[in-house]
Write a protein that binds this ligand. Structure first.
Ligand code: GPV
Length: 780
């Protein structure tokens, strides 16, 4: 019998705070509804027998869990009605902070994979770190980014269960800490499968060392506790860059070791002490190199705790592990100083050395010339090269979009591809349509329900049946109504959170993603400034221009000075444009603060244009590009990452593609590229770039803008000028953008393009991706 979530919620509230639903605070209500729902999921939350996948990831950017879980449980409508009946706003849980245990695409991909695996019945558990503080919260002060700590647990964490009985010990050099798992159910759509997200928290063995305390060494006792807790204190805020910090290595080993100990213990309980068939019980996916220290750790456990020979242990590791690469950017490829590594992980380091020695013997046997060995070696120039270890010791290395995998094979990891071609494979990323369509855009979901039914919820390829609707005026009218409504909702939200009145009747052009030079938010800003001048000076006809909101959302890593300079620049641009009454009816620039998963759920469904303008060859895949497509935005982008596959699926005539392709960029890198020649030849380019230094904008005396200017025109010791080819693509980008604007004026034709995007988004479901991993890599 279906149990009543209203009765359960009422009972929890009565027991916990002696209040009714109508009386409870949002936070009390959140905890009660979540507990009630957790209770309803309890029966389905049990381990199925058979092989399991462990998805090891330093990040799980799950966002807000309550609505997504209720949706998958089939309880969302019921809870919304319950709240309505009690006179409570159905959006009451929007006060609940996101669980931002990730930086960006990589962490959000892991969260989409959890949802898809549970929905598709793939027995996959996530393993990671229960950071006390997630990604910093961002606000702007005088246009500059400021950061504050993200104390996400202050609302409670009702979706997790502490499993004291499964705690393990993780040993560093002279320090031993307890790893205590917190399990969160991962509820598949329809609740047929409930998997587990197991996040480890670091704790001292005793809250306090009383010997120290009694000896009046209070500070020492506290220090010991803090040193343990520090390990899971905070998420590193670098996206796509490697900080190489000691504490980061400790974090990586902490969750890798704890997760493997967990698996080894369960294996022993089920199969006894013979570990030769470990890979039949577990497939372990390494989400980038962050958990790669798991490889020597498994070798250590197999040799020292299961008595296995090293060579046999290597075979087990090879069969068990697989590695996903998420970038070719050299600054993100993890390398650890050998001394640091050995100092922090003295028990593990010998196994890294043995692997390195095995690799060197293998290279020799394969006839790789001595002079080439240094390109492969795990231990080389005083560093431990993690990606090399990951490729050598696993059976699969995959990229995350077709172009990305081709670049890995042809250039970035070419020498490895020559050695092990059979290990390389592509798994183009995807996103979960439950959160990114059903939950974020119920209005569009309802329209799809009427047009093609609800099968797309678990089989996104069914959206293809929408294709004829792109020629149906009545359908297009309804689609445009949905867009209008989503813009209206977004405008209300932005007004509340930013104090800005967003023009809900304008074309909405959006770039939301981490702030990084390669993603080229600065190119976007330059183009807006060029449009502004064009409108003011009559080069662009005001009468023909579709009024546009340019919306940005992005966090810069706190130590990434250039990225912070770009944020300040865009905020200065916003002030210029929004403060000019002459263009107020035509342009608005808005940079929202604290862009996160929940904000994305508001912004993406409202967008008309999805800005995906990275330098070709730099964005491994992108995943927001897929979310925009699914919600009916056209892509204004370069042929980079998954944009290529998006344009291929939807048809290039339904996107706006511009700029140099990856092969041209590679050629320019080889043969030389001179941005100053572009600046000399193209006054429009020169004018916007000069705005960094000619007094148009102020960086508050920080020198940030002059540094940005120098990065474009002079370069630096580590970079050539305009390393990301903004000037190469500037005019083409401006032209493509004007083409979008022109086309937008034919509202129905534009809506038809949007609908064709929705209809062809089927392959970009993470359900498809996860089923490919299951079939090709995990064999489950
Ligand atoms: I490496 N990515 C990320 O978010 N953080 C990282 O540390 C690394 C990669 C991203 C890539 O930049 C995106 O192109 C990609 O879509 C995403 O990972 C998921 O694969």
């Amino acid at each position: 019998m279906k149990r009543d979530i209203q009765i359960l919620t009422g009972q929890v509230l009565a027991a916990d705070c002696r209040k009714t639903i109508a009386q409870a605070t949002p936070r009390e209500l959140y905890n009660a509804v979540s507990k009630a729902a957790l209770d309803l999921a309890a029966d389905a939350w049990k381990r199925a027998p058979g092989k399991r996948v462990a998805y090891l990831s330093a990040e799980f950017l799950v966002g807000r869990l309550v609505y997504a879980n209720l949706l998958n449980m089939g309880r969302l409508g019921e809870v919304q009605q319950m709240l309505l009946d009690a006179g409570v706003d159905a959006n009451v849980f929007e006060e609940i902070e996101d669980a931002a245990l990730g930086n960006g695409g990589l962490g959000r991909l892991a969260a989409c994979f959890l949802d898809s695996a549970a929905t598709q019945g793939v027995p996959l558990d996530g393993y990671g770190i229960r950071y006390q503080y997630g990604l910093f919260r961002q606000y702007f002060e005088d246009g500059f980014q400021k950061e504050t700590a993200d104390d996400w647990q202050r609302f409670g964490d009702p979706w997790s269960v502490r499993r004291e009985e499964d705690a393990v010990t993780v040993q560093f050099g002279g320090q031993a800490v307890r790893a205590v798992p917190y399990d969160t159910p991962v509820i598949g759509y329809g609740m047929k499968t409930v998997n587990t997200l197991r996040l480890w928290q670091a704790e001292p063995f005793q809250a306090f060392d009383f010997n120290l305390f009694n000896a009046q060494k209070y500070a020492a006792a506290v220090r010991e506790r803090d040193a343990a807790e520090d390990i899971s204190r905070v998420l590193y805020p670098n996206d796509d860059t490697d900080a190489g910090k000691r504490l980061r290595l400790k974090q990586q080993y902490f969750f890798s070791s704890a997760s493997l100990q967990d698996m080894v213990r369960a294996y022993r309980a089920a199969h006894g002490g013979d570990f030769t068939h470990f890979a039949d019980a577990y497939a372990v996916q390494l989400n980038d190199t962050h958990p790669t220290v798991a490889i020597p750790e498994l070798l250590r456990l197999l040799v020292e705790e299961a008595g296995m020979r090293f060579a046999d242990a290597v075979q087990v590791a090879h069969d068990t592990f697989a590695y996903t690469n998420h970038t070719i950017m050299p600054e993100a490829l993890e390398k650890w100083d050998q001394k640091l590594f050995r100092g922090v992980l003295p028990r593990v380091y010998p196994y890294v050395k043995k692997l390195d020695a095995l690799l060197r013997r293998t290279l020799e046997q394969r006839g790789v010339p001595m002079g080439e060995v240094s390109r492969y070696a795990i231990l080389e120039d005083g560093m431990v090269h993690m990606a090399r270890m990951a490729i050598f010791a696993t059976h699969s290395t995959n990229g995350v979009a077709r172009l990305h995998t081709e670049i890995l094979k042809d250039t970035a990891l070419h020498e490895w591809y020559e050695l092990y071609p059979e290990r390389f494979n592509n798994k183009t990323n995807g996103v979960t349509q439950r959160r990114w369509l059903a939950l974020a855009n119920p209005e569009l979901a309802a329209l799809l329900h009427d047009a093609v039914g609800d099968g797309w919820l678990t089989d996104l390829s069914q959206l293809k049946r929408l294709e004829p609707c792109a020629d149906d005026p009545a359908f297009l009218a309804r689609f445009m109504d949905v867009k209008r409504e989503k813009k209206r909702q977004l405008a209300a939200y932005v007004e509340k959170h930013e104090g800005v009145r967003l023009h809900a009747d304008f074309l909405l052009d959006v770039q939301v993603k981490r702030l990084h030079e390669y993603k080229r938010q600065l190119l976007n800003a330059f183009s807006i400034l060029d449009t502004y001048y064009g409108l003011k000076e009559g080069r662009i006809s005001r009468a023909d221009f579709a009024p546009t909101v340019y919306l940005f959302g992005a966090k810069a890593a706190p130590g990434y000075v250039r990225a912070k300079g770009i944020i300040k620049y865009i905020n200065e641009l916003a002030e210029l444009v929004n403060g000019d009454a002459d263009v107020n009816g035509l342009m608005q620039v808005v940079f929202v603060q604290n862009y996160n998963v929940s904000y994305a759920e508001k912004i993406i469904p409202a967008a008309d244009v999805s800005e995906q303008i990275s330098t070709a060859g730099t964005e491994a895949s992108g995943t927001s590009n897929m979310k925009f497509m699914l919600n009916g935005a056209v892509t204004l982008g370069t042929l980079d990452g998954a944009n290529i596959e998006i344009a291929e699926q939807a048809g290039a005539e339904n996107e706006y593609i511009f700029g140099a392709r990856a092969d041209e960029i590679a050629r320019l890198q080889e043969d030389g590229y001179d941005p100053n020649a572009v600046l000399a030849a193209e006054p429009r380019a020169k004018r916007v770039v000069e705005s960094l230094v000619d007094g148009t904008f102020s960086d508050g005396g920080t020198g940030m803008f002059r540094e940005l200017y120098a990065s474009l025109t002079e370069g630096a010791s580590w970079h050539k000028p305009d390393h990301y080819f903004l000037m190469r693509d500037f005019i083409e980008y401006c032209d493509a953008r004007l083409a979008v604007n022109r086309d937008y004026r034919d509202a129905r034709a534009f809506a038809a393009k949007c609908v064709r995007n929705v209809a062809n988004a089927g392959v970009f479901s993470s359900d498809r991706t996860i089923l490919e991993y299951a079939r090709d890599i995990w064999h489950v």
